[in-house]
Design a protein around this ligand. Structure first.
Ligand SMILES: Nc1ncnc2c1ncn2[C@@H]1O[C@H](COP(=O)(O)OP(=O)(O)OP(=O)(O)O)[C@@H](O)[C@H]1O
Ligand SMILES: O=P(O)(O)OC[C@H]1O[C@H](OP(=O)(O)OP(=O)(O)O)[C@H](O)[C@@H]1O
Ligand SMILES: [Mg+2]
Length: 283
């Protein structure tokens, strides 16, 4: 049994659940109790606050976890990054009241900075030879300057709208973050095998993202020109239609290529073009 720690509610919750569901992990229990078994796959889900996930995985309370890179780096617990998951992308930045004239990092000398990420901030300030006072608070960090609790903040930024609504401006990006799949350092062979299966399933889901299955009909004399435009996993599938002189062509294209390719296909005489989403892709 592989125990997976995930955030019980918050910014990571929805996308983590979606990813697990697409990977075939369906929770038996609709009510979110702390520890939930999974039907048909040898895993169980442990719901925690995200702050507690790095330690839970490092100590073996959970075998693997899904957590923000910011939280993983901050907690400095020894686990392995097994996979970068590409969602919950954000950055950790320094921000100051927007009306201040700011030239460079030296502004932070002898200032007080409010944050929930003291270790990451401390290292960054030391690396840049800046001496500031760090004031640790666990939430609502952006409000700190306006209530006189600190001169500046160091916190998560994504769209930047929280900064704007608190009359702050971002002056230095310290690290980028995304959700990570982390694993305990000393998993048993049995657990490693379940983890490999989990990673295989996640990769199949992620590989299919942004890809479309395309089907079209074309006159036989244009088949060669058309397949030169379509990459396909190996090469496109070509099948004869009931109507002589025509073929059906199937392939896989990336969403990005789609609008570029579609005009060229039509110009070559392609008809009845169908574009279908792909749920999973196994190479
Ligand atoms: N605005 C955002 N955009 C993208 N990702 C974000 C954003 N805010 C936070 N994250 C990511 O999601 C993680 C969880 O954020 P959340 O705000 O839910 O944390 P929290 O309030 O500490 O939750 P918990 O109650 O579990 O301790 C963050 O550590 C970060 O990696
Ligand atoms: O740059 P933005 O897009 O505005 O996102 C940044 C904000 O998002 C997070 O808070 P969240 O909205 O999750 O609320 P919280 O403070 O309750 O965690 C984070 O703590 C920032 O405050
Ligand atoms: Mg938290």
């Amino acid at each position: 049994m592989l125990r997976i720690a995930i955030q019980s509610k918050g910014r990571l919750f929805e996308e983590t659940m979606e990813l697990l569901q697409e990977a075939g992990i369906k929770l038996n229990n609709k009510k979110r109790t702390l520890l939930v078994p999974v039907k048909g796959f040898d895993v169980e889900i442990l719901f925690l606050r995200d702050d507690d996930i790095p330690q839970a995985v490092a100590t073996g309370v959970a075998d693997v976890g899904i957590v923000g890179e910011n939280e993983f780096v901050e907690k400095k617990e020894g686990s392995l990054i097994t996979k970068r998951l590409g969602f919950s992308k954000c950055r950790l930045s320094l921000a100051i009241p927007k009306d201040i004239d700011y030239i460079d990092l030296n502004w932070f000398h002898n200032k007080t900075i409010a944050t929930s990420y003291p270790h990451i901030l401390k290292k960054y300030l030391a690396d840049n030879s800046i001496e500031s006072e760090i004031h640790v608070i666990s939430g609502s960090v952006e409000i700190a300057p306006s209530i006189g609790l600190a001169d500046a903040i160091f916190d998560i930024v994504s769209s930047g709208s929280t900064l704007v609504s608190n009359r702050l401006k971002e002056v230095a990006v310290v690290m980028q973050s995304e959700a990570l799949l982390i694993a305990n350092n000393s998993l048993s062979e049995e657990k490693k095998a379940i983890l490999d299966e989990l990673i295989f399933r996640i990769e199949s889901v992620q590989f299919a993202e942004g890809k479309k299955y395309i089907l079209l009909n074309a006159p036989n004399d244009k088949v060669e020109d058309i397949i030169s435009l379509l990459p396909g996993m190996k090469s496109p599938t070509v099948m004869p239609l009931a109507e002589s002189g025509w073929s059906s062509i199937h392939s896989v294209i990336s969403e990005k290529q789609f609008w570029d390719i579609i005009g060229k296909l039509k110009a070559l005489g392609a008809e009845g073009i169908l574009v279908i989403p792909i749920e999973k892709m196994i190479l």
